[in-house]
Design a protein around this ligand. Structure first.
Ligand SMILES: [Zn+2]
Length: 287
């Protein structure tokens, strides 16, 4: 399917090689065969089904393809899912089964497309799985801005964790982001970026507890993409969380993120803007 200024593409599946760079073989087998215990399924937040196992593969596949295509000349690639940052090596949690960010980062490293990756995690929840998976991996720098008192209760240390008070406003958030993005850039010296553009810092989110407006979230996206352009870095964008009372608000916020990415990708100065952006679609229907 062709769209103005970009292409919408069915998400490919992440293969075993890609998944096993991040997750243990026993856990991967339990997800494949549907032998996750009741406790494991409760921790993930949804029941196993063949469709759940298939979708899990495609969520990671979408982010892998988004990052690879961004590096290979699109400048920006979008995964219409992903941001499953609560997944650890041997278990899932919080609606996350496999960790698509780390799978995608190690995938492009294995292909020789990038050496150093910066994960900019602006979902309102801490990327505990990503932080734990990358604790001993200096090639993936994890930067997370999240609610200090929000889920998860235990937050393993990432490379740069910025804790936000309940009620944090647009102005406070954007000031912290600008400063810490510059710091993360200097520390990480990345070849490519994975951006978790969560919709859940929104004031209308049921689980967020911050007070960002839609305009503030647009400025957030713009700040991240302008940053990537300034340093000529390809970026993969994932959607991560969004739990607004009104589903239309979540769609508005995610769509604004994709529009912002596409606009900047089409302007001069991005990492080689030789191909239109690609958007990898992954159905969110579980049953
Ligand atoms: Zn979240």
């Amino acid at each position: 399917m062709r769209h103005a200024g970009g292409a919408l593409i069915e998400a490919p599946r992440a293969d075993d090689d890609a998944v096993l760079r991040v997750h243990g073989a026993d856990y991967v087998n339990r997800v494949r065969e549907g032998t996750l215990s009741d406790a494991e399924q409760r921790r993930i937040g949804f029941r196993w089904s063949p469709a759940m196992a298939e979708r899990t593969r495609r969520v990671s596949g979408a982010t892998m393809a988004a990052l690879a295509s961004a590096i290979e000349g699109c400048g920006v690639g979008v995964s219409l899912a992903g941001g499953t940052h609560h997944a650890f090596a041997d278990h899932g949690a919080g609606f996350c089964v496999f960790n698509d960010s780390v799978i995608a980062a190690r995938h492009v490293q294995a292909l020789g497309l990038a050496r150093r990756i910066l994960v900019v995690d602006l979902d309102v929840h801490h990327g505990n799985g990503t932080a734990a998976l990358c604790q001993d991996d200096a090639s993936i720098y994890t930067f997370s801005m999240h609610g200090a008192r929000n889920y998860p209760a235990v937050k393993p240390r990432g490379d740069l964790d910025v804790e936000l008070a309940d009620g944090t406003t647009d102005a406070e958030y954007l000031e912290l982001l600008e400063r810490n993005l510059a710091y993360a850039q200097a520390r990480a010296r990345p070849d490519a970026v994975i951006y978790l553009a969560g919709a859940d810092p929104y004031a209308g989110d049921r689980l967020g507890f911050l007070t960002l407006s839609k305009a503030g979230l647009r400025q957030r996206d713009q700040m991240v993409f302008e940053h990537c352009r300034r340093y000529s870095m390809p970026v993969a964008v994932t959607m991560a969380g969004g739990y607004a009372e009104n589903v239309d608000d979540i769609v508005d916020i995610h769509l604004a993120t994709i529009r912002c990415a596409a606009e900047l990708a089409n302007t001069a100065g991005w990492y080689p803007p030789v191909k239109p952006p690609r958007v990898f679609a992954c159905s969110s229907i579980l049953e």
